[in-house]
Design a protein around this ligand. Structure first.
Ligand code: C2O
Ligand code: CU
Length: 485
């Protein structure tokens, strides 16, 4: 009798073990990605409480959503190639470059210009693309491998066309194997200037980390520039890194713009650290004082020294207070801030969960409790007013980036924004924070929405916003060699 009991118990135990193993094996099996798949086929469709996705009409290809084919006002070619580049300190970097330089050429165009950029891939084996980070281009010009185009392989070329409507500071980077390619150097500044240029000094300051060494442009030490007193200075800070970058300025300044959108009524601030999330841009402005001004990256010797000529060289000064855009500047009514009439409301809860992603076991990033590829596909219809609540309980900061749109920050941790409208395309969401943001669905397409800590995106922190009625002919995976992350 006792024997029988033991036997039954161990048989039951074995069965439980087999079932558990079976479940785990299935989870592993299901998490592997096919050799070729469509961005349309993965994701949990989320209608956000709006009218459900209408399947009745024929789907239109996003390829039809291209830029103007008229004669360009600005035309250039960017050649992606491997090159040995030298930072100002003499340190050599074997980089992946646009036109043999890191950062790639700074592109400055005028507002309203039709821009035409031809990308040529000389020898980047994985293929490359160009994504216009923060520029709300037509979807087919968005440069996402496997979503809006195929990666441009060695020997191939591809032409982007769009009208530069938004004034401000943006950047461009490859969106093929971006976690590796941006780090290696495939990025540059993209500035859209007003037709009549302001006087004074206007400079893009592109921060990048070269294996632990902070650089501004190609300067990994102190770069000096002569600027006469009383000149207006506008610095366009760009963080091309995955982690937040901290900048200090040893003179009072105003924050003129965030993510390419001017702030309303910015007031002078002093002794505040600017913390830019991965992919973010802040424009700062001040009138050049009699003494020199140092603009530096915290905890590094790297700085831009604006030399007024004579006087002391300011030392690095790292304020303990971080600048907070919430409540900064003067309010200005916007439809999105005042309406409560949203067509759809989405949630994006960033956390962690144990499971498999792409066949790998681990404690992975999760969105709304789901692992990639079951992350959300937020469905919208053209014209919708959309609200999104983002929370983060993952223990890490995530710079969340939506392509093709700008988000208006409504509140953080329940506290409404009482300052200037604060528009972002890349929002740093720290652990424990909750943001409410809103956008108008006015740019049809299939848009990536992902963490701009690019290794996080590669590890599954990625999803899409899709407009109903559209589809893409492009495919992701090893077969078509399209790997946007
Ligand atoms: Cu800066 Cu999805 O990109
Ligand atoms: Cu992240």
């Amino acid at each position: 009798m006792r024997r029988l009991l033991i036997r039954t118990a161990s048989a039951a135990g074995l069965l439980v073990l087999l079932v558990v193993l079976g479940v785990v094996a299935k989870a592993w099996f299901d998490s592997r990605l096919p050799d070729s798949y469509s961005a349309m086929d993965y994701g949990q469709v989320d209608d956000g409480g709006g009218p459900p996705h209408d399947h009745s009409h024929n789907l239109v290809s996003i390829e039809t959503l291209h830029g103007p084919r008229t004669k360009p006002d600005f035309r250039t070619t960017l050649v992606a190639k491997q090159a040995e580049v030298e930072l100002a300190s003499g340190r050599a970097v074997s980089a992946w470059t646009f036109n043999g330089q890191v950062p790639g050429p700074e592109l400055r165009v005028h507002q309203g210009d039709v821009v035409e950029v031809t990308l040529v891939n000389e020898d980047i084996d994985d293929g490359v693309t160009i994504h216009w980070h923060g520029v709300d281009v037509p979807n087919a010009e968005d440069g996402v491998a496997g979503v809006t185009q195929d990666a441009v392989m060695p020997g191939e070329r591809y032409t982007y066309r769009f009208r530069a409507d938004q004034l401000g500071t943006f950047w461009y980077h490859s969106h093929q194997v971006s976690s590796k390619q941006v780090k290696r150097g495939l990025y540059g500044a993209f500035v859209i200037e007003p037709r009549t240029k302001a006087k004074g000094l206007d400079l893009a300051v592109v921060a990048h980390d070269f294996s632990g060494r902070a650089a501004m442009g190609s300067h990994d030490g102190v770069e000096r520039r002569r600027v006469g007193a009383r000149n207006d200075v506008r610095l366009r800070l760009v963080n091309t890194n995955s982690s937040p970058e901290r900048f200090y300025v040893t003179s009072p300044f105003r924050v003129l713009a965030i993510d390419g959108t001017d702030l309303n009524g910015p007031t002078p601030i002093q002794d505040q650290m600017l913390v830019l999330g991965g992919g973010a841009r802040y424009d700062v402005g001040f009138r050049m004082p009699q003494q020199s001004v140092r603009v530096g990256i915290a905890r590094s010797p790297t700085a831009l020294l604006l030399d007024a000529g004579g006087g002391e060289t300011p030392a690095a000064e790292e304020p303990d207070v971080d600048f907070d855009p919430l409540g900064y500047g003067r309010p200005k009514p916007t439809l999105l801030a005042t309406t409560s009439d949203f067509d759809r409301t989405f949630r994006m809860d960033i956390g962690k969960r144990i499971g498999f992603v792409k066949g790998r076991p681990g404690n992975h990033w999760a969105i709304n409790g789901k692992l990639f590829p079951d992350t959300p596909m937020y469905m919208v219809r053209r014209g919708d007013l959309v609200k999104m609540r983002i929370t983060n309980s993952s223990g890490k900061v995530h710079p969340m980036h939506l392509h093709g749109h700008h988000l208006l920050v409504l509140s953080r941790d329940g506290k409404k924004n009482t300052g200037s409208p604060w528009w972002v395309d890349t929002l740093d969401v720290f652990d424990g924070e909750e943001y409410e943001v809103a956008f108008r669905a006015d740019n049809p397409g299939l848009w990536m929405d992902h963490c701009h800590n690019l290794p996080h995106a590669r590890d599954g922190l990625t999803m899409h916003v899709a407009y109903e009625g559209l589809t893409t002919p492009f495919r992701l995976g090893d077969g078509p060699h399209n790997h946007p992350e």
